[in-house]
Design a protein around this ligand. Sequence first.
Ligand SMILES: Nc1ncnc2c1ncn2[C@@H]1O[C@H](COP(=O)(O)OP(=O)(O)O)[C@@H](O)[C@H]1O
Ligand SMILES: [Mg+2]
Length: 231
Amino acid sequence: MKTPAKKKAVVTNKTADVKHKGPRIIALVCTKGGVGKSTIAFNLAVELSKKADVSVIDLDYQKSLTIFDYNRRELGMEPFKVLTIKGAKELKKVLTATSGTIIIDTHAIDSDLTRLAMIAADVVLTPSTDGYLDLCGLLAFKNVIQDIRKIKKELKAHVIINRLAVRSTGYKDVETFVEDHKDSFKIVKARLTSRQEYRDAFEQGKSVCEMGGKKIAADEFKKLLKEIESL
Ligand SMILES: Nc1ncnc2c1ncn2[C@@H]1O[C@H](COP(=O)(O)OP(=O)(O)O)[C@@H](O)[C@H]1O
Ligand SMILES: [Mg+2]
């Protein structure tokens, strides 16, 4: 049996001229899964939609943001504008035609969709834990960034340290990694510890900032939000 040929991402400077009318495109991207892209995307979507007109583009195969939006509808909350995209051509069209703030949640694959999202984005956010495998994930993702920098010279991914064990000091490894690869990455100062509230909030269609109880997760996320707004 023949192994199927690996489909190569083919976004070029000819196909990448996306012009967005709105103020901002924020893309959550990392070719490694399970790092918190969707979690940060939906918390951002809830909080930013309190101040701006927000559309969400769900490129995640797992459709986490679509599920989150469904939860909100079911629980009688204001739904999001979740746009479903079938291919790179459609993504380009939608990015050009949609005004307001756009949050793009991507799948953990190097694809034309992911690359277009990175090219169109004003801000690329890349969550990472302090684990060794996540650092390996960042290293693999760096190849994609370097490739796109041939078209978009200024591209850097902003690394958000996420799911940090409450007493961990391991994040220094992430900081050192980012410093060693500063041609591709920048560190985000605000960091998110591992909190049960993220899981509970998802089920309740809320952001962690809207949860009762201890406010640690909420305070951390608000700090992150402020920093993202200033990028
Ligand atoms: N700061 C956090 N604290 C606790 N759990 C988290 C946190 N960030 C993400 N998670 C959990 O980690 C898992 C993977 O997150 P997810 O956002 O789906 O990653 P990705 O979109 O990168 O694949 C989910 O179960 C999510 O609830
Ligand atoms: Mg996801």
